[in-house]
Design a protein around this ligand. Structure first.
Ligand SMILES: C[S@@+](CC[C@H](N)C(=O)[O-])C[C@H]1O[C@@H](n2cnc3c(N)ncnc32)[C@H](O)[C@@H]1O
Length: 263
């Protein structure tokens, strides 16, 4: 894959016979569909701490999200972002982990707007599933009104990519990326793309500051650099800095002939 203006999504993911091609199921909620998880995973049922959604807050937040989506869609940031994406030959479901509170903060609203616009613009983007343990019932209702499914289980980021999956994980903790990579370590890395923090920067941090925390909690993040390509995105304006700085795409090319080493 060339690091050109058309750097993203496609080439590493095309022509892969191992993949099941899944057609998008627009508008269908998939809360109860089976998901494959690693045996190590401790799936924990989850429900928002606030028992009921507040209808007033819900309609305010829904309107706020619509405004944010509009703002994002007309921005130069978004134009550059979509120009960088080349259409893959497979459909991909999207899993959003760690979106944060869309009611309290603007960066999560901008991040969610970008994900929703991707689904609207690209027919190859399938259903969107979202999970963050801090979501309130009001936020969960608004997410569903926007066409997303909110998971009722905390997967700890350990979803196995049995089918092509775009993991949208803006500014998550290193541990969450690590859980995801660990769960898919090996051939399944080929089935996934991650949008999130720069893994290269974690590596630089370890090299420069000898951060033992990252070394201990993000072994797979550090090791995957040898089997992956990273493409940063252009943030362009200050409006989008908080939501997207140091973010980019990760594509994986595991060498299937050898067991992937962690060091
Ligand atoms: C550093 S914050 C980023 C929030 C937001 N994306 C932003 O940029 O402001 C990381 C987020 O990951 C969420 N998180 C923690 N554990 C998680 C899990 N098991 N699954 C999904 N999200 C999780 C946290 O609740 C938090 O909202």
């Amino acid at each position: 894959m060339a690091a050109s203006s058309k750097a993203l999504i496609p080439e590493t993911l095309t022509g892969n016979e191992d993949w099941t091609i899944v057609l998008p199921r627009h508008g269908k909620q998939r809360r109860n569909s089976p998901r494959i998880i690693t045996p190590k995973e401790q799936q924990k049922p989850w429900c928002p701490s606030e028992i009921e959604s507040d209808p007033h807050r819900e309609s305010m937040l829904f309107q706020r999200m619509l405004n944010c989506i509009k703002k994002m869609e007309s921005s130069q940031f978004y134009q550059n972002f979509v120009d960088q994406i080349q259409t893959p030959e497979v459909n991909m479901q999207m899993v959003i982990y760690g979106i944060g509170s869309i009611e309290l903060y603007e960066p999560p609203r901008l991040q969610l707007s970008l994900a929703i616009l991707m689904k609207r613009k690209f027919s190859w983007v399938g259903d969107i599933e979202v999970f963050d343990p801090i979501l309130s019932a009001t936020e969960a209702r608004v997410l569903e009104a926007l066409g997303c499914s909110v998971l009722s289980v905390n997967e700890q980021g350990r979803r196995c990519a049995m089918k092509p999956t775009l993991f949208f994980m803006p500014h998550c903790e290193a541990e969450l990326y690590n859980n995801l990579l660990q769960a898919n370590w090996g051939v399944m890395l080929k089935h996934m793309v991650v949008f999130g923090n720069s893994f290269e920067m974690y590596h630089q941090h370890v090299t420069e500051f000898k951060s033992s925390t990252i070394v201990n909690t993000a072994k797979h993040v550090l090791a995957v650099r040898r089997f992956s390509n990273e493409f940063g995105i252009d943030v362009i304006s200050d409006d989008y800095f908080a939501a997207f700085h140091d973010s980019g795409w990760h594509f994986f090319n595991p060498d299937l002939g050898i067991e992937l080493q962690l060091i």
